[in-house]
Design a protein around this ligand. Structure first.
Ligand SMILES: [Zn+2]
Length: 124
C-alpha cells in the first residue's frame, strides 16, 4: 500500500471536527466518514446541479444578503467548473455545508506532513 494516510477533517473557519478521511494512493482509495462513523458518499457536481435546480438561480434578494448571493454564485461557478468531479458535503455545526472535491482533498492530503493529524477541508 502506497501513501496510506488517515486524517481528521476540520472546518477551515472554526476547526470543528467534521469527520475522518482515509486515503491511499495505490490501490486508490478515498473514504470519508462522519464524526459518527457513517460513510459520506460523494456526488458528481453535475448531479448536484440536476438534483437541486433551485441552486442554479439566484436566491431572492429580499430574503438573503448580497454576500450570501455572491457566495451562492461562487459555489455555482465552482460546481460548473467541476461537473465530473465527486463533491463531498461536509457539515460544520457552525458554518453549515462545506463542499470539497475528491481531487482537491487528495491534493491537500498529499501536501500534508507525515506527522500532521488534522486537515482543514479544502474549498471547492
Ligand atoms: Zn465551522
Amino acid at each position: 500500500m502506497l501513501g496510506a494516510r488517515e486524517l481528521e477533517l476540520v472546518c477551515p473557519h472554526c476547526v470543528s471536527a467534521l469527520g475522518r478521511v482515509r486515503y491511499r494512493l495505490f490501490p486508490a482509495q478515498l473514504v470519508i466518514t462522519s464524526p459518527h462513523g457513517a460513510e459520506i458518499e460523494g456526488v458528481r457536481a453535475g448531479q448536484m446541479l440536476l438534483f437541486y435546480p433551485e441552486w442554479t438561480t439566484d436566491p431572492d434578494p429580499a430574503l438573503v444578503s448580497s454576500q450570501e448571493i455572491a457566495a451562492h454564485r461562487r459555489l455555482m461557478r465552482r460546481l460548473e467548473q467541476n461537473m465530473l468531479e465527486l463533491v463531498f458535503d461536509l457539515r460544520c455545526p457552525v458554518h453549515g455545508s462545506l463542499f470539497c472535491t475528491s481531487p482537491a482533498l487528495s491534493r491537500a492530503i498529499r501536501a500534508t506532513s507525515p506527522d500532521q493529524r488534522h486537515l482543514p477541508v479544502p474549498a471547492l
